[in-house]
Ligand binder design. Structure first.
Ligand code: TRH
Length: 366
């Protein structure tokens, strides 16, 4: 839909842990502004973590504007009155509990209240997308808005220019990225972004036994936790300082295999069109493994049996910290097939409406 009326919104982000909350919030905010010229007020509680994603942020300011986005430092505790009065649209990222006073303001201002949920490939998501719910106490009505992998959901976060930018990414640009990180473009390149519970030292020893020139790019803060003492003959471990969203994308585009995690880097790896292994955010009672199984079922639907078997086993191996040597040797046998499949899937999913586009269309129609 092109003749959209101008939209002003609050986008609420409570930083729970790690970087995904603000990572997803900042990505949505940037696209709302850049692709749809929405006036975005990002209400966030943890400016220290936010600054990781937005280095120009001043952590002492209650309000500031960055890249045309208005950032407000807020406190989301139950009795807080730090939130400004809401505009016509309120997007509550990951459906956090809101202060009583703000919920009353939403009702008084008759704002459209949308709860953006976590990404999942589980089939039930299709039936919950756009369903309303009424808060028993306050009578406040909110609409659930689910990202997802099917056209029955809001779709996946994907900037308008991303597919073209990715397609235009040249070998020379890849070499420049690898050199900028002190890597060697002739090495097989693997990016490692994982949860600290991963026994990466065991995995690296296994990869050394492959006797291949492989370089691993690891975020500095995860590298520091590794406390690596030994030196390797074949593999290289290259720590890197936290990258901007765009530079992180280009790292994923430049590598031959990407290990990603959580919610945002997962989908960035999908758009990179390179083989990836996803580690879901670890949840109690292994609920995250149900999410993993649902994603692999969907993602591997059009994959040949041999590659599908390998992808499923590799994800199980990775999520259980097992690192079966035969399995990882097989990666190099399957590599070109996995590469072709990853590129094909990236293109397939690029045909679906993107999340922010669906959200803006929905707001324009309500
Ligand atoms: O950091 P995460 O594990 O975040 C998690 C998940 O989002 C999870 O769903 C959520 O419940 C939990 O937070 C609270 O992984 P994720 O989602 O990939 O977010 C990391 C962000 O950091 C992402 O936006 C990519 C960004 N990033 C950079 O921009 N530069 C970097 O150098 C690195 C390593 C990451």
């Amino acid at each position: 839909m092109t003749n959209r009326r101008p939209i002003t919104c609050h986008l609420i982000c409570k930083v729970i842990d790690f970087f995904g909350d603000i990572g997803v919030a900042w990505r949505i905010a940037k696209q709302l502004k850049a692709d749809f010229n929405v006036e975005v007020h990002l209400l966030v509680d943890d400016l220290i973590t936010t600054q990781k994603l937005i280095p120009s942020l001043d952590i002492l300011l209650k309000k500031q504007t960055i890249d045309g986005i208005f950032l407000h430092h807020c406190d989301f505790s139950e009795n807080s009155d730090s939130l400004p009065a809401p505009p016509l649209f309120v997007f509550n990222l990951f459906n956090i509990d809101l202060p009583h006073q703000y919920k009353s303001l939403i009702q008084r201002e008759k704002s459209r209240y949308i709860a953006i949920e976590y990404l999942s490939a589980e089939p039930w998501v299709d039936n919950f997308h756009l369903k309303p719910s009424i808060d028993a106490q306050s009578g406040l009505i909110k609409t659930f808005f689910y990202p997802g992998f099917t056209n029955q959901t809001g779709g996946l976060i994907r900037e308008k220019n991303l597919p073209l930018d990715r397609k235009a990414f040249s070998l020379k640009q890849r070499e420049d990225v690898i050199h900028s990180l002190d890597g060697d473009p002739s090495f097989f390149s693997i990016s490692l972004f994982y949860y600290p519970s991963q026994k990466i030292d065991i995995f690296l020893d296994l990869m050394e036994r492959m006797k291949r020139s492989i370089q691993f790019f690891i975020p500095q803060y995860l590298f520091d936790l590794l406390n690596i003492k030994k030196s390797y003959q074949y593999i290289r471990i290259i720590p890197y300082q936290f990258l901007s969203h765009d530079d992180f994308d280009r790292l994923l585009w430049s590598c031959d295999l990407n290990f990603v995690r959580g919610e945002d880097s997962w989908i960035r790896a999908l758009w990179a069109g390179k083989p990836f292994i996803w580690q879901p955010y670890i949840q109690e009672n292994n609920i995250h493994l149900i999410k993993l199984k649902a994603f692999l079922k969907l993602y591997c639907e059009s994959c040949n049996q041999e590659l599908s078997d390998w992808l499923i086993k590799a994800h199980e191996d990775w999520s259980h910290n097992e690192f079966n040597e035969t399995l990882w040797r097989q990666f190099f046998t399957h590599q070109s097939g996995l590469q072709d499949f990853a590129l094909e899937q990236s293109r397939n999913y690029s045909k679906e409406a993107s999340f922010v586009e669906s959200l803006v269309d929905y707001c324009s129609e309500t």
